[in-house]
Design a protein around this ligand. Structure first.
Ligand code: ADP
Ligand code: MG
Length: 357
């Protein structure tokens, strides 16, 4: 269980800077998830930590030691990739123990370690099988087993579940959470799936175009996103955004005129925002921040109603603006016109530059 520090880490490929001054401190035993859209630099950052990609500028410390120029083998990390690349002619035990064989460990000892890892991963009954006799989830577990036997100070995972079907992903997600408890190691996990990020992480690192936008616990990012990008990225269905102008502040509310709502006035709790009268802003409302009621200020027409049983998502339009409304009311249907209001305790206000204010 080791700590990790990134200090002003940059990475360029030719003239293009893909990681721009990454600063990050990870404590021993933390489960950290890197999320962000495709191409934002998640894999590049992970590969630099692993030592598979050279750092252009800056310092990487693992366990307090500068490893910036050290090869992967001297960093005490193990990486699991999306494509698990098992050796087809070797059985599960030999695949798991392969790294130990390369390191020169005697056969009996390395097979004992493979059995130990197989136990954690519930692969004990499959040790004699070849990869082609395994399901996708079992193969991915073998790849994780290869990492476990190295007893690394830090596990690095790059989208390890992306090749699995939806049901298996959920199951493997639970197993990874359990693995983190069992092996008590520091883990850094890359995904573009924000549900995986929310459920696995102690802290999430949100990346956009090579910049760390925010680092925080899942609930910090959900409730206190630093900017519109994080607010829109975390949460499903996504937060809705509307253009507005601050009209005035009262003792308990910021009152805004929302252009997208035909100029209707909405209120946001005063302690949620420092926005000032006259400010041109954007209001962010999660689907569960709307209240459907006859006295609502905002009329909208339902384009589509998704009924999930426990909850319903209404895809509605105010004429100029699309939005997603969450409601328990399963009787509202496409074509209906309803009135909604905004819960003042849940809306966020963002400046024109995107920062939450
Ligand atoms: P992510 O994992 O978040 O999808 P990557 O870290 O793979 O993103 O890539 C970040 C950016 O760096 C992308 O624009 C990608 O095209 C670029 N990139 C990655 N590897 C190389 C490389 N070896 N040479 C040139 N550009 C690269
Ligand atoms: Mg990637």
């Amino acid at each position: 269980m080791l700590s990790l520090s990134l200090k002003d880490v940059h990475k360029s490929f030719g003239p293009i800077e893909v990681i721009k001054s990454a600063e990050l401190d990870i404590g021993p035993g933390e489960f950290i998830v890197f999320v962000g859209p495709s191409g934002c630099g998640k894999s590049t950052l992970l590969r630099m930590i692993a030592g598979l990609e050279a750092v252009t500028d800056g310092t990487i410390e693992i366990g307090g030691k500068d490893v910036t120029r050290l090869p992967p083998i001297e960093r005490n990390v193990a990486m699991v990739f999306q494509s698990y690349a098992l050796y087809p002619h070797m059985n599960v035990a030999d695949n798991i123990a392969f790294g130990l064989k390369i390191a020169g460990m005697p056969k009996a000892q390395r097979l004992a370690k493979a059995r130990e890892a197989a136990k954690v991963l519930q692969l004990e009954a499959l040790l004699d099988r070849r990869p082609k006799e395994l399901s996708g989830g079992q193969r991915q577990r073998v790849a994780i087993g290869r990492a476990i036997v190295k007893k690394p100070g830090i596990f690095l995972f790059d989208e390890p579940l992306s090749n699995l079907d939806a049901e298996l992903r959920v199951q493997m997600r639970l197993e990874l959470a359990k693995l983190h408890q069992d092996v008590a190691a520091t883990m850094i996990y890359v995904t573009h799936d924000q549900i995986e990020a929310m459920t696995l992480a102690d802290r999430i690192v949100v990346l956009r175009a090579g910049v760390i936008e925010q680092v925080g616990t899942p609930l910090e990012l959900y409730h206190q996103p630093r900017n519109e990008f994080v607010a829109g990225f975390i949460g499903s269905p996504k937060m809705n955004f509307f253009g507005a102008r601050v009209d005035r502040r009262t003792a308990d509310q910021v009152l805004l005129k929302v252009g997208d709502f035909d100029g209707a006035t909405v209120g946001v709790a005063a302690d949620r925002s420092a926005a000032q009268p006259g400010d041109a802003v954007r209001v962010g409302v999660r689907p569960d921040g709307f209240v459907v009621s006859e006295s609502g200020d905002i009329p909208c027409r339902i384009g589509l109603a998704e009924r999930l049983g426990n909850v319903n998502y209404l895809y509605a339009s105010t004429g100029t603006q699309q939005m997603c409304i969450e409601t328990k009311d399963g009787s509202i249907a496409a074509g209906d016109v309803v009135r909604v209001s905004i819960d003042p305790q849940s809306a966020h206000i963002f400046s024109s530059s995107g920062d939450r204010i």
